[in-house]
Design a protein around this ligand. Structure first.
Ligand code: GLN
Length: 446
């Protein structure tokens, strides 16, 4: 399996989806063979997987798609990656991504853009575009990405695979390079709901190394009873501004849910109208403080200059790309004295209101439905010159992240644009800790 995954990875080279191969993959595969020979039962025995390049894997370079981390060799392994290895998976390589997981297209990587396997002129979505493209192109059956405001769900939608953002705290963030710590969650990509359940069963669960890790039992294996009748709420605010193909995919999803016996009604989440604004006023302050460590002294590429301040400045000027710089500036601004109350603290209040909108909706509904994105994959370069147009791509995913609830992008067919079929995903959202039920529902829809 490893060898054929490596062959397929070679074939997929044109997608620019991998930053590096894991030099220890053969050795990992040999260890799996030994453990199997010793009679161990391994849920992911020999399964080739890829992880996003913001996850530390001992003995590999972890770049976060940035020049800033040039030469950084991980001295330790992220918990989620370690759990994959313990379950018998073989980590084939590290996937391309937007620099420090900031973007919606996988174009901001210092290693060049990743391309969409369905149309090489289009983006795979972001920021986990490499992880999504490699599953979509059949290079590996499973991969890990990270989702701060949609970075697993949106690329899953753009590439026609499943992508799951767990409840905040369900998967340990230990070893995931931080973007916005109160939002970051590691999540898997797969080609079936059953595979999502399999990988979540492996990576979810308490980890003493992550102080925000939840101590909830993970029960992804075995039958998950679905509420009957299932009460489905379609979010009113997500019905505007979609392409015809996205609208059609949403209609197909609702029909499929109804054929499972679900009742479908509209529900309004009024505060989600402010979700994109609140998200960028919360994520950029967190990012500006998380990225302060890359000063070329303790962390990051070093730049020679006559004194320390100039050296730090030079390291940042050289190490970070324009989007990362923009985020650090925005975040620092929103946190600065005189602006904190006007921006950051207001955004935190909006975050509360959004969480309350979801809580209220989940009193009446078991699952909420929206498109994952208002449109299918856009063209390479189409939005990269306009940060606001790029941020607008997150309109359907960021509210979920602010509320900390689990959500899944389910592939729901295609939209034909310019003679090409482009995948379209629909987002299913569940209350906190209902991750198992959400994946089971996606399984029932297959
Ligand atoms: N597009 C969003 C951002 O740029 C989400 C990124 C992510 O989920 N990592 O912040």
């Amino acid at each position: 399996a490893l060898r054929s995954a490596l062959e397929r990875a070679e074939a997929a080279r044109a997608l620019n989806a991998l930053i590096s191969l894991n030099p220890h993959a053969e050795q990992q595969a040999a260890q799996v063979a030994e453990r199997l020979a010793a009679g161990e039962l391994l849920p992911l025995a020999g399964v080739p997987v890829v992880i996003k390049d913001n996850l530390n894997l001992r003995g590999t370079f972890t770049t976060c798609g940035s020049r800033m981390l040039e030469g950084y060799l991980s001295p330790y392994t992220a918990t989620a990656a370690q759990r994959l290895i313990s379950a018998g998976a073989v980590i084939v390589g590290k996937a391309n991504m937007d620099e420090f997981a900031m973007g919606s297209s996988s174009e901001t990587s210092a290693f060049g853009p990743t391309l969409n396997p369905w149309d090489h002129g289009r983006v795979p979505g972001g920021t986990s575009g490499g992880s999504a493209a490699l599953v979509s192109a059949g290079v590996v059956p499973l991969s890990l990405g990270s989702d701060t405001g949609g970075s697993v769900r949106q690329p899953a939608s753009f590439t026609g695979v499943y992508g799951f953002k767990p409840t905040y705290g369900r998967v340990s963030r230990y070893g995931l390079v931080a973007h916005a710590s109160s939002l970051d969650q590691i999540g898997p990509f797969s080609r079936s709901a059953a595979d999502l359940a399999l990988v979540m069963g492996v990576i979810a669960g308490h980890d003493p190394l992550d102080a925000t890790s939840l101590n909830a039992p993970a029960s992804f294996q075995g039958a998950q009873p679905l509420p009957s009748p299932l009460r489905v709420g379609v979010v009113t605010e997500s019905l505007q501004g979609n392409t015809p193909g996205v609208q059609a995919a949403l209609a197909r999803m609702l029909t499929a849910l109804e054929s499972l016996g679900a009742s479908v009604q509209e529900v309004s989440l009024p505060s989600t109208a402010y979700a994109v604004a609140a998200y960028y006023l919360i994520s950029t302050p967190e990012a500006s403080s998380n990225l302060a460590r890359y000063d070329g002294m303790a962390y990051g590429v070093r730049a020679a200059a006559p004194e320390v301040g100039a050296s730090m400045g030079a390291a940042r000027a050289r190490g970070f790309g324009p989007e990362v710089k923009r985020r650090i500036l925005m975040g620092t601004y929103a946190l600065s004295s005189g602006y904190y109350d006007a921006y950051y603290s207001k955004a935190m209040k909006v975050r509360q209101l959004i969480a309350q909108d979801f809580a209220r909706a989940f009193e009446r509904f078991d699952v909420l439905v929206t498109p994952t994105s208002p449109f299918p994959a856009f063209r390479v370069g189409e939005r990269s010159g306009d940060p606001l147009a790029m941020y607008a791509a997150d309109v359907d995913t960021v509210a979920v992240s602010l509320a900390g609830v689990p959500a899944l992008s389910v592939p729901m067919g295609f939209e034909e644009i310019g003679g090409n079929l482009l995948p379209v995903g629909i987002q299913l959202i569940a209350p906190a800790l209902a991750d198992e039920r959400l994946i089971a529902l996606a399984g029932a829809l297959e």
